[in-house]
Design a protein around this ligand. Structure first.
Ligand code: 5GP
Ligand code: ZN
Length: 137
């Protein structure tokens, strides 16, 4: 049994709210406690961090992020967008499988994520994910 949470999501062993998938990447809405509403773009292969990506995975990760970011823009027209990846425990990383966080920003958000409403419940996040999926066609 694979112990990596994201490998298990990629394999379909843990349910996730998927928004985008291609040969190399899977993007899903984080409906967990830590970062609810972040869209996580993960490379499918188990690469621990960005140093471990080969060129094809690196290009695919960037392309996946851009596609999903455009869909978030089309769906929500946020005033801003944060794109980040943390490497290592001291940077606050909790899952050691390469992924990028995407989160829309609205005026007044500060460093919090509010989406159109503050602290959206899980059903709302599922709705947001569906809007992003629709924008991706
Ligand atoms: P990081 O390691 O970059 O800080 O973030 C890892 C993220 O993965 C966290 O936001 C955490 O909430 C999320 N995460 C961890 N386990 C699961 C899971 O089982 N499902 C989903 N959707 N997200 C998860
Ligand atoms: Zn993994």
């Amino acid at each position: 049994m694979n112990e990596c949470i994201f490998c298990r999501i990629v394999a379909g062993q843990i349910p996730a709210t998927r928004v985008y998938e291609d040969a190399h990447v899977l993007a899903f809405m984080d409906i967990g406690q830590v970062n609810p509403g972040h869209v996580l773009v993960a490379v499918k292969a188990h690469a621990e961090n960005l140093y471990a990506l080969d060129d094809e995975q690196a290009a695919a990760a960037a392309r996946g992020c851009v596609r999903v970011a455009r869909a978030i823009r089309a769906a929500f027209a946020p005033q801003g967008l944060s794109v980040y990846q943390a490497n290592g425990k001291p940077a606050g990383q909790t899952v050691f499988h390469y992924h990028v966080h995407l989160l829309p920003r609205h005026d007044g958000d500060g460093m919090e994520l509010t989406w159109p409403v503050k602290n959206p419940p899980r059903e709302k996040l599922e709705q947001y994910a569906a809007k992003i999926r629709a924008a991706l066609g």
